[in-house]
Design a binder for this molecule. Sequence first.
Ligand code: GDP
Ligand code: MG
Length: 163
Amino acid sequence: SLPVVAIVGRPNVGKSTLFNRIAGERIAIVEDQPGITRDRIYSKGEWSGRSFHLIDTGGLEFGGDDEMVEYVRQQAELAIEEADVILFVVDGRTGVTATDEEVARHLRRSRKPVVLAVNKLDHQNHHKHAYEFYQLGIGEPIPVSSLHGTGTGDLLDEVVQKL
Ligand code: GDP
Ligand code: MG
């Protein structure tokens, strides 16, 4: 069976947008507001002749900040169990948040291969905002714009290398 790549991260960072970009189809539901109920969505991705299953995590409802942290933690754990490689998405415009750090802690403990995508860096001169994400201890932050599709090739190079 195909290896599994799970897209993980707090709500609204652009996981579904990246999922659509990689899957090449408009499958995942992209919402301006976080908190929409939906199930994890599976698709097939392909890069450099390597095929893999792709999971867009996201789905359960959450309320306040504590619940959000709990939600993201559970979501990350589910994805970790199933995944061969984890694609951790953060928002390069907001910078590192406490929830990002929480997710990063869990991912580090999993000892699974993780690729770190710093999303929403739509312009080349914003790529420098990716550097602060080194502090998550995940490895090299890769600047991407899921909206424009820039940087996603470099990102997928890293992903298939770890499959
Ligand atoms: P998710 O909750 O992590 O799945 O995030 P979504 O994919 O639903 O995206 C949340 C919002 O961020 C939507 O309004 C997207 O259009 C926007 N978004 C996603 N990727 C990018 C990006 O690369 N650049 C910009 N400017 N906006 C983005
Ligand atoms: Mg989503």
